[in-house]
Write a protein that binds this ligand. Structure first.
Ligand code: GCV
Length: 677
């Protein structure tokens, strides 16, 4: 029987304030003295963070001192701890050891020390009190959140819709930079606790006054935000407008090969760096969905990106150049164009032409953050260009932070594990470990709601993003388990919450993405079904269902998309029997009577998935309901409210899709389950 109520404060996420000291006297004694002598901003903050964390999370009041003969926690960077032998550590890495009755936390550098502190606190929170012998470091140097926040209130983030980004921005309000410094510090702590080291606060669609972020008008305020992030080892990037030289630079062109444009950017960038000397650089969305770019001047993306890179170079900054470039003015009648091919077609031929401070930022899939889609073929193809992987933490197409969808499940099993077969270690995770892909970027899901993410359970996505950026081979089950135990403490509650997370993504895939058919969602809003909503639109997002079959042939005999992959992947994708089922209809056009590997027809599998997906969603809701009385009511109820909407949504997806296909085919479900006319 469960007698105690598990109290969770939604604001604290996975850094719960347990507040009471449950350690034995010996351990509590060791933790009550921290020996450190750190002066640098990040390292000194690491020491303070240990003191604060021990107090907040465990109710231990510790003193910081430069010397102690008693058992204690000794900590410092390698350079500040002379005479102590450490194992080799990579950049931003740390070691945590139990030695002679002490705990020793050492950072390869200041950030490493900070990460060592959070790891130490995490181990204690998970009930591991030593002895410790941990050596760890992040797999890649760039671990960044791209906020898509707009100065105007968040609800108008894109063509009038929030698209999964709940609440309002923590940085901006009513057209102004507006923030609560304490909130930004708390955010920085959450970010650093999972190893995130870069943040760009503004939307990549740089509109309105955000164009002036790189001017005196806004830089002083942005510098203040950067200063709050800095002690947590986090640097800022800014999304910039490609045509700034015209918008307010007094020039009549943004042609990257016009020397006046390059000179203007250099001067403007010098000004930016006077305000934020450690700015990590610029994020750029160019020639994409109406944003201007080098194509407007007949120039390549290498020419456009290099021009900005040269302005940043003297300051050590990078250009994160987004590869989300495609024709968004397509004609549905024209079958010759295939949107997923665009990214590779545009960027692969430019490999080797980018400056060394240009980093291509590539979405995980070639379409746009759909529930399932293949991994973008540009990964593995670029040999001479720096690049990073971009995923979406905000649930734009995956349930708007109303529905529970545990995204690390997808990022891990479908993206990190996928082998591009372009070399000896060519899974996406392998390429990250080898430094071929040098970073993991997430479109943020954070807002000013008290729980940060609108849907409280979506905190696991933010947490899991950090974990995978740190170690891309972390299994989703481990992420779900650790997140749940850190959040809830209580073992039984944690087990149920972790299971809900693990069940959620497969259930989502079954109801709203029949075997990789995407964009069956409501146009613009992107939540809820609208099966033909995008079918005759200009966005290149078609499924072309008719009475015989559905999908697009993207093999060599169709649009040729699969030929952008290595021969082995092309071969695997091209045969419906070996093509991963989650993306079967992304790659193939199949008849409804096509027999799948389980011996059932495509149509029957579509029906089965939808009935099952709905039942699985109901199972998740019931599992949550079983926690009533076992977890504080306010927390329990806010999650339950969203779950009720989630179940309605799953119901709608299930019935609309089943009805759609039955109307087209006239074929009933073989099990006689209810499909509406
Ligand atoms: C920031 C999708 C979203 C847009 C977003 C775009 C992008 O199309 O709907 O809001 O724009 O992706 O990644 O640039």
């Amino acid at each position: 029987m469960h007698n105690t109520i598990c109290h969770v404060n939604e604001y604290d996420c996975w850094l719960q304030n347990r507040g009471t000291n449950s350690f034995d006297a010996g351990l509590a004694g060791i933790l009550s003295t921290i020996v450190a002598n750190e002066k640098g901003e990040v390292a000194a903050n690491a020491v303070k963070e240990l003191q604060r964390g021990l107090s907040r999370m465990f109710g231990i009041d510790s003193k910081i001192t430069e010397k102690s003969s008693a058992a204690c926690v000794r900590m410092g960077t390698v350079s500040s701890l002379p005479g102590i032998a450490f194992p080799p550590m990579k950049a931003e890495g740390f070691s945590i050891k139990s030695a002679n009755g002490d705990f020793l936390i050492a950072g390869a550098d200041a950030s490493g020390l900070l990460y060592g502190v959070y790891r130490f606190l995490t181990e204690l929170a998970l009930g591991n009190t030593g002895p410790f012998d941990i050596v760890d470091a992040p797999a890649c140097p760039t671990r960044m959140i791209n906020h898509w926040d707009t100065l105007e209130n968040f609800t108008r983030v894109a063509r009038g819709f929030k698209r999964g980004m709940k609440g309002d921005s923590i940085f901006f309000k009513d057209g102004k930079i507006h923030y609560d410094p304490q909130r930004i510090e708390d955010y920085a702590r959450l970010l650093a606790s999972v190893g995130i080291n870069l943040v760009s606060p503004n939307n990549v669609n740089v509109r309105g006054d955000a164009k002036f972020f790189i001017t005196e008008k806004h830089l002083p305020e942005l510098a203040k935000i950067a200063a709050i992030l800095r002690p947590f080892g986090i640097r800022m990037m800014l999304a910039v407008y490609y045509c700034s030289s015209m918008a307010f630079g007094g020039l009549d062109t943004a042609d990257p090969l016009d020397a006046r444009v390059g000179d203007w950017w250099k001067k403007q960038t010098d000004l930016v760096y006077r305000h934020i000397p450690d700015l990590a650089g610029y994020v750029v969305k160019a020639d994409s969905e109406g944003e201007p770019g080098p194509f407007d001047y007949g120039r390549t993306h290498a020419e456009g990106a290099n021009m900005l890179a040269r302005a940043l170079k003297p300051h050590g900054g990078d250009v994160m150049w987004r590869c989300f470039v495609y024709d968004c003015q397509q004609d549905w009648r024209d079958h010759s164009k295939d949107r997923p091919k665009a990214c590779y077609d545009i960027f692969a031929p430019l490999d080797g032409q980018f400056d060394d401070n240009v980093v291509l930022q590539i979405k995980n899939g070639p379409l746009d953050f759909q529930v399932y889609e293949p991994v973008t073929p540009l990964f593995g193809a670029l040999k001479k260009t720096r690049h990073v992987l971009e995923v979406q933490i905000a649930q734009e197409y995956t349930g708007h932070q109303t529905d529970v969808a545990f995204l690390p499940y997808f990022w891990s099993t479908e993206v990190m594990d996928f082998d591009m077969k372009t070399g000896p270690n060519s899974t996406i995770a392998g390429m990250i470990e080898d430094g071929v892909i040098e970073g993991f970027i997430g479109v943020g899901n954070i807002c000013d709601d008290n729980n940060w993410t609108g849907l409280t359970l979506a905190q696991a996505n933010f947490y899991g993003f950090g974990r995978l950026g740190w170690d891309p081979k972390t299994r989703p089950q481990a992420i779900a388990d650790d997140w749940a135990r850190l959040t809830y403490g209580d073992e039984k509650v944690s087990a149920i919450a972790a299971k809900i997370q693990m069940d959620s993504y497969p259930a989502l895939g079954k109801v709203n993405n029949p075997f990789g058919v995407s964009f069956m969602c409501k146009p613009d809003f992107h939540y809820g079904p609208s099966i033909e909503g995008y079918e005759y639109a200009k966005w290149g997002t078609y499924h072309r269902a008719n009475h015989e079959g559905i999908g697009i042939d993207r093999t060599a005999s169709g649009t040729g998309y699969t030929t952008q992959y290595s021969p082995e992947v092309d071969k695997m994708f091209s045969d419906p029997a070996t093509c991963p089922e989650n993306i079967l209809l992304f790659i193939h056009r199949l008849r409804y009577d096509h027999v799948m590997n389980n011996g059932k027809t495509l149509l029957q599998n579509i029906y089965n998935n939808h009935f099952e997906g709905y039942e699985e969603t109901r199972g998740m809701v019931d599992a949550w309901k079983s926690l009533e009385g076992k977890i504080n009511d306010d927390y329990f109820n806010t999650v339950l409210e969203r779950f009720e909407l989630h179940l309605d949504n799953a119901h709608e997806w299930c019935d609309q899709i089943n009805t759609y296909f039955r109307r087209y085919t006239g074929i009933n479900d073989e099990q006689g389950r209810k499909i509406y006319d």
